[in-house]
Ligand binder design. Structure first.
Ligand code: FAD
Length: 386
């Protein structure tokens, strides 16, 4: 029965070869679908990391469970660095840690790019998956599942399939087409942006701070976080209002700012590297997207950031996005791949989760930059009173 229906719905076009598009290709291929995945960028496996820096993220059990189905969970766990607790850096240099869970429970700091590369490698090794790089969706007729792509050389190609899966990130072109019909959509840019900096390994090639923690410098109006990398460096992300970023226009001002608010981090980053890295790129913006439904008829569905881009303070953006694919697969199993039933149920089950994720992510920014400090003062007061 399942195969009979899979035969009727056998060709899927995936737009976007980020982690979610690549994982989706693996899942669909295991169900016997023919998959064409179109990615606007070059094949990241052929490129050197342009900045030479590691960009990482926190992976939790949601993401790992979704990777388990394609056999990547063990590799990711072997390469990831366990973060068992938050390490809070107070302005006076004091440190304290807040565990993420019971003994043995932890998040994993993983290399974003490497995860994406590994997923593309697994996807491209499936016999029924073809990946087309440098091929960008420019238009689609969602009712007919007809998509037009532009190639790097300017040539255009048009495909008609049984369904289009939009895995094309926060500024999804697939979602833009859905907005022409009955569709609810909102986006919000927060007043804060971010810059990524680096704490390099020590001269002896060791981590400059305790490795198995997600380091946080909460400063109420803004904050900085640091996640460990395999090469013993830390990727440090400064989240701050754009007005504050814009006020720092010279290297000396940046160094003074760090001396005042993140004094313990300055010798670890190094003044020279800080002056260099801080002005490499402008502060980047952070957008939160909510929409509903996540599907149109039996021909289109949205996954990952295309459905629910969230601000990164809950550490669940990618985790929730990978989980979309796992949840969708469960619904496919239940309805034996019948898209007439699967797609509406996916919206019913997943929309409220995506919207809750967006809200929790915003709330957790306050928790991360302020409440963790307040809790510490409360706790210290209690201890002092005993
Ligand atoms: P993307 O990764 O954006 O991939 C979309 C792909 O689609 C891209 O390859 C793009 O080139 C392609 N594409 C776009 N348009 C087209 C088109 N028209 N045609 C063809 N291809 C197209 N999440 C966590 O779980 N934990 C964290 O710790 C975490 N930290 C974060 C820190 C920061 C600073 C930020 C910004 C995000 C963080 N996230 C984190 C969120 C996470 O990065 C995203 O949720 C995740 O990348 C979403 O994956 P995706 O595949 O849906 O989208």
């Amino acid at each position: 029965m399942a195969n009979e229906i899979a035969d009727k719905k056998k060709h899927i076009v995936i737009v976007g070869g980020g982690p979610v598009g690549a994982l989706n290709a693996c899942y669909l291929s295991r169900r016997g679908f023919k998959v064409d995945l179109y990615e606007g960028r070059n094949d990241i496996r052929q490129e050197e990391n342009a900045t030479g820096r590691s960009i990482n993220l926190a992976l939790s059990c949601r993401g790992i469970a979704a990777l388990n189905h394609v056999g990547l969970d063990k590799r990711v766990m072997a390469l990831g660095i366990p973060m068992k607790a938050r390490m809070i850096h107070l302005p006076n240099g004091e440190l304290y840690s807040v565990p993420y869970g019971k003994t043995g429970q932890h998040l994993l700091s993983i290399d974003r790019l490497q995860l994406n590369k590994d997923l593309l490698t697994v996807a491209s090794s499936q016999p029924n998956v073809s990946i087309h790089f440098n091929t960008k969706l420019i238009n689609c007729d969602i009712k007919k599942a007809k998509a037009t792509f532009s190639k790097k050389d300017g040539a255009e190609i048009t495909t008609t399939s049984d369904a289009i899966f939009g895995c094309d990130g926060a500024f999804s072109a697939v979602r833009r087409q859905m907005q022409r019909g009955v569709f609810n959509y909102s986006q919000e840019y927060i007043q804060h942006g971010y810059k990524e900096l680096t704490i390099p390994s020590t001269k002896n090639g060791e981590f400059a701070m305790a490795a198995n923690y997600l380091h946080i410098w909460p400063r109420h109006e803004f904050m900085m976080i640091g996640l460990p990398n395999q090469d013993k460096s830390f990727t440090v992300t400064l989240f701050m209002p754009f007005t504050k970023f814009n006020a720092l226009t010279k290297g000396d001002e940046v160094v003074e700012f760090f001396k005042e608010v993140f004094p313990d981090s300055l010798p670890l980053i190094g003044e020279e590297l800080l002056r260099e890295d801080f002005f490499k790129l402008p502060a980047l913006s952070l957008v939160s997207v909510k929409c509903s439904p996540y599907h149109c008829g039996n021909t289109v569905a949205l996954f990952g950031d295309a459905a629910h881009a969230v601000v990164p303070f809950f550490g669940q953006g990618l985790n929730g996005s990978l989980e979309d694919v796992l949840v969708f697969d469960g619904i496919m199993e239940k309805h034996e791949n019948d898209f007439d039933k699967v797609l509406p149920e996916y919206t019913k089950v997943r929309c409220k989760d995506g919207q809750a994720l967006a809200d929790l992510s915003k709330q957790n920014y306050i928790e991360m930059r302020s409440s963790v400090v307040s809790l510490w003062f409360l706790f210290r007061k209690k201890v002092d009173n005993i």
